[in-house]
Design a protein around this ligand. Structure first.
Ligand code: PEP
Ligand code: MG
Length: 554
């Protein structure tokens, strides 16, 4: 028996001259790195078979052994590492008893198990590859990874690994399986460049989680080992043998970035406080569970806006499906508040299956709460799911696109009717706080006209477009939508003053809240609760900490 072939650095694709040239691919993970090219081979392993007596007694046993290897990998990962989700998926896949149902009785002839295994797993890979849902298509590479792991178990060959890399290695490979990627302890000073691959593949997610600059789909241009490479993961470029001035420029940009990241990281898990010590709540905006995969809830004060339109993207979901989604959010939040916005369909967010009228100006038409009030069944199924989920955590309901007190009364009546029906049926539920989004200028000018309300949140994306008469989806009029315009500032002043006078807790969840240049003005207006995109939590906390000392518009 020949020993398994160890993974080695491959021979160079083609020796390349040390001349400057740029490979353009796709950005997969931001960051810059300068280092020496290391070429990885792509042979997954050596396919020699071992004698019969060393083989597993059955394919099921080989699957169990592969799952055991994966358990080992899983246990070595940091609890916040998104790779855990991938490895869990693989373990569950292997443990599914249905997996071997289609298998014929393996004969004892070599290599029978492999012949049984291949068609089974290839059929699953083909299903995932052609799935309509992008999520499943991206998981196909995880299945290829399982296929190869089981084959190696059957063949008793070792998993291909990545050899020890220098601190500034720029690794080139055709593609890389997630398992192989996980065999290296990557550093942000290194970089990964794939000839093929996709920025949506799992390994790109893993690279991002490790702050490892990564570029994919650079093509087959010849590259030699030891060439100097400057990788810009955000631009999706790899400069080979770059000119010294380029190196200096990019390295300076990198130092700046590193400093900024370090400052953000330092603030990330601390409460946001102004320079004068006032605490500001920083929450996050989300539209799907996958956005939370990489986020530790301890870095924010909860979820200030759950956009529920994605949940309706394939049509109206069942009450149970909705309940599951809200529960998952509450579980993630670990007791922190979760503000769920009821369906904001219409305008720029059409939902299939909801009969929306043909409108000449959909932004001013039947959208948000207006549409829900016309579709009471859809609205009530969402309210029932929210009432039930609210029994399990600090869930709050927020109504979008509210204009008048009459709409609020109508929405409240629906909520009360749903609560009563649940009570009658003996279904566990809780009536949570009810708040509104301030997106319509008339409401911003007269918030107190609503009467008692538990909270309000400024939807500045819409409030700005309506105030400035500049559609948010038209780049031609974007310069007019200036939040520093005195008219918008005055509107915000009136709103914040009336919220204060009526003791209505007011926060902001529009995009302005996550833009450092506008944060001083928001704080000056008295806002102390900001809900921002996940990617800007650190930046937002930094901008809060600088106020009122350095305030561009403050
Ligand atoms: C807003 O209008 O500011 C808002 C947060 O809602 P959306 O962007 O989803 O319309
Ligand atoms: Mg809006």
């Amino acid at each position: 028996m020949k020993p398994p072939t160890p993974t080695v650095l491959a021979a160079p694709d083609t020796p390349a001259p040390a001349r400057s040239r740029t490979l353009r691919g796709q950005a997969a993970s931001p960051g810059t790195a300068l280092g020496e090219v290391v070429l990885l081979d792509d042979a997954i392993d050596d396919a020699r078979f071992t004698p019969v007596e060393q083989r597993f007694a059955s394919l099921a046993e080989a699957l169990a052994a592969a799952a055991q290897q994966l358990e080992g990998i899983r246990n070595s990962l940091d609890p916040c590492d998104p790779a855990r989700g991938m490895v869990d998926f693989q373990i569950e896949f292997l443990a599914d008893p249905a997996l071997l149902e289609s298998a014929d009785n393996p004969s004892s002839d070599l290599p029978a198990e492999e012949e049984v295994w291949r068609p089974i797993i290839e059929a699953h890979i083909a299903d995932f590859d052609t799935a309509e849902d992008e999520y499943f298509r991206h998981r196909a590479s995880d299945l290829r990874d399982i296929r190869d792991r089981v084959l190696r178990v059957l063949r008793r060959t070792r998993a291909p690994t990545i050899p020890a890399l220098g601190d500034h290695a720029v690794v080139f490979a055709h593609d890389l399986s997630p398992s192989r990627f996980l065999s290296a302890a990557w550093k942000p000073t290194q970089a990964l460049v794939l000839r093929g691959g996709s920025p949506h593949a799992h390994i790109a997610l893993l690279a991002r989680a490790r702050a490892l600059p990564m570029v994919v789909a650079v093509g087959a241009a010849p590259v030699g080992p030891g060439e100097r490479a400057l990788v810009d993961g955000a631009a999706g470029t790899v400069e080979l043998n770059p000119e010294p001035e380029r190196v200096q420029m990019l390295m300076q940009a990198q130092q700046q970035q590193t400093l900024q990241k370090a400052l953000e990281a330092e603030k990330l898990y601390l409460p946001a406080t102004t320079a004068t010590g006032e605490v500001v709540s920083v929450m996050i905006n989300v539209a799907s569970l996958s956005e939370l995969d990489q986020v530790n809830p301890a870095c924010c004060d909860g979820i200030g806006l759950v956009r529920t339109e994605l949940l309706f993207a394939q049509g109206v979901p069942s009450e149970e499906e909705q309940l599951h989604f809200y529960r998952q959010l509450l579980l993630w939040a670990e007791g922190r508040p979760v503000v769920v916005r009821t369906l904001d369909a219409g305008g720029d967010k059409p939902v299939p299956g909801l009969g929306m009228p043909q409108e000449t100006n959909p932004f001013l038409g039947v959208r948000g709460l207006r549409l829900c009030l016309r579709e009471p069944e859809v609205f009530r199924s969402q309210l029932r799911a929210l009432l039930r989920a609210a029994a399990e955590g600090d869930l709050r309901i927020m109504l979008p696109m509210l204009t008048s007190a009459a709409e609020l009364t109508a929405a409240r009546e629906h909520l009360e009717a749903c609560a009563q029906a649940l009570r009658k049926a003996g279904t566990r539920h809780r009536t949570p706080p009810l708040g509104v989004m301030v997106e319509v200028p008339a409401l911003a000018l007269a918030l107190e006209s609503l009467g008692p309300i538990d909270f309000a949140s400024v939807g500045s994306n819409d409030l700005l477009q309506y105030t400035m008469a500049a559609a948010r989806d038209l780049p031609e009029v974007a310069p007019l939508a200036d939040p520093q315009h005195p008219g918008f500032q005055r509107l915000m002043h009136i709103l914040t003053e009336s919220a204060r006078a009526a003791a209505i807790p007011l926060s902001i969840c529009g995009d302005l809240a996550g833009q450092p240049v506008h944060i001083p003005a928001l704080l000056r207006q008295g806002l102390r609760s900001l809900s921002v995109p996940v990617a800007t939590i650190g930046l937002t906390k930094l901008a809060v900490a600088a106020w009122p000392l350095r305030a561009p518009h403050g």
